[in-house]
Write a protein that binds this ligand. Structure first.
Ligand SMILES: [Fe+2]
Ligand SMILES: [Fe+2]
Length: 312
């Protein structure tokens, strides 16, 4: 590779690689990633795949990761300790997946058994798990990938501190319960998608390629939940999500990590990275909104059939 005016003459999954990117150059990389990984074609195909998953559940295929080739020289334009803090944060958000899957299954079982199965699998009458949901199968690969990357970059073992999962909180309004639950899952997928895109904008080579694997799962989930959410709850539903940008930023501000004070992702000591992250979150939302305009009720009904009684 030849270094010339800060541009290393090569490209990666985020477009041009810069040795010491400035804000605009990083933005360019974020935009490139959004254009490439959240194209209309990809969003449609991920959504279109959901009825197929109901019939024939199958985990999304991953490209192999070249673990030996991952090194800290592949971190681009951000201090190593900050990149690693962010990685730790990403890992902790991913756990404990089994509890999340059961929680989703409990919320969705009565209204939409197929979606409940996709997320949380199936159980026998005495509560034994018969089959793991596809969503859980995909999600449970994420934390180990980040743990392994952490190990490659630091030579230390990361023991993530799992989040607390509340489980099904039943009110006397089932529809409202499901509405809030699907909304919160979608916010998590949006957050994961945006966070991994930011990590990819700040990495290259085998490291970036490794992060691209969980990223594509998150985009897959985001497109599916977005589409089925509109089918179930209509446009007003998405207005709520759009209004959640601020809520999400507030939530992230309060996410604390014991290992480092700086890991709180919008509490970066350097405001530049917080601005970059907010830019990434809003780019993803803008892209989803553009796609949203082309999704009409007829198309969604064709895909998912008539709405179940419990959701009308
Ligand atoms: Fe995940
Ligand atoms: Fe996900």
């Amino acid at each position: 590779m030849r270094v010339q005016n800060q541009i290393i003459c090569s490209t990666d999954l985020a477009g041009k690689v810069y040795k010491n990117p400035n804000y605009l150059q990083t933005r360019q990389r974020i935009n490139y990633l959004v254009n490439h990984f959240l194209s209309q074609g990809i969003l449609y195909s991920r959504l279109h795949d959901l009825p197929t998953q109901f019939e024939n559940p199958r985990q999304r295929h991953w490209q192999p990761i070249d673990w030996k080739a991952i090194s800290d020289e592949q971190i681009v334009g951000v201090p190593k300790d900050l990149f690693i803090s962010f990685l730790v944060n990403a890992t902790e958000i991913e756990t404990p997946i089994r509890n999340y899957a059961i929680e989703s299954r409990d919320y969705l079982q009565a209204a939409h058994p197929q979606l409940a199965r996709f997320m949380g699998g199936t159980f026998s009458e005495d509560g034994k798990m018969l089959e793991i949901g596809v969503w859980e199968k995909e999600e449970r690969q994420h934390a180990p990938v980040f743990q392994k990357i952490y190990h490659k970059l630091t030579l230390e073992k990361l023991q993530p501190k799992p989040n607390t999962v509340q489980g099904y909180q039943k009110s006397d309004d089932l529809q409202q319960d499901i509405y809030s639950h699907v909304l919160s899952r979608m916010a998590t997928e949006w957050s994961a998608t945006s966070s991994y895109l930011w990590l990819m904008a700040h990495s290259t080579g085998a490291l970036q390629h490794a992060i691209a694997q969980p990223l594509q799962d998150e985009i897959n989930h985001l497109a599916k939940f977005w589409g089925i959410g509109i089918w179930a709850f209509g446009d007003s539903y998405i207005a709520r999500l759009q209004g959640m940008t601020q809520l999400l930023i507030d939530l992230l501000k309060h996410h604390k990590n014991e290992r480092s004070q700086e890991v709180n992702i919008f509490g970066f000591s350097n405001a530049l990275y917080a601005v970059e992250l907010m830019f990434t979150f809003s780019r993803v939302m803008t892209r989803l909104n553009r796609w949203h305009k082309s999704l009409d009720a007829g198309y969604l009904e064709n895909l998912f059939g008539e709405k179940p009684m419990l959701l009308t």
